[in-house]
Design a protein. Sequence first.
Length: 220
Amino acid sequence: MKMSQRLIRWALLTAAIGGGVMALAGEWTSPLLWAFLIGVSATALYALIAIPPDLAQERFRPPTEGIDKRALRWIRITALATLIVAPLDSGRFHWSAAIPDPVRAAAIAGMIAAFLLCFHAMTVNRFFSPVIRIQTDRGHRLVDAGPYAIIRHPGYAGMILGVPLMAIALGSWLGFATAALYALLILNRVTVEDRFLRANLPGYAAYTSRVRSRLLPGIW
């Protein structure tokens, strides 16, 4: 994909997310919403520029469904639900208690850091796929550089932190509840994928003996 095409995709993505969130919230002048959208837009731009074209193809159009088609569907549903429920709750209907502005501001910063970790993991690992599979068509091999030298699943660590923080950044405890379900689904996927890679990816079993932590260094 040419750079111009990537920038067009980034602009369309930013407009869709920004317009959608603000329309759902019914707020167009909130500084916190604008800070949220600028953060999301900046991290998306980094991802679109930094991720290699072959990985982008794998991310958006993997050739197989992998081993966890049903679980992946629910992961996507809960992520989308968070992005819909949170602005509706905080901006229009106020189903849950308000989140203080300083907490939301801190959550925006944490969300950006978490998503940057996720996208950085993608730039280091060219086999970072949305489906669990061995990518023999792309010469799949073990990656143990960068954040993978510290934890085995840095991308998932970023997702588990980023989406719940996104709900808080949008000001919704109800959205945080749907995001917590998303995080639990990702946590289960870590276990499933780790077991699958140990059994099917050459060198992964030895890698787990060198890098013992899946998500939290020295803890799990």
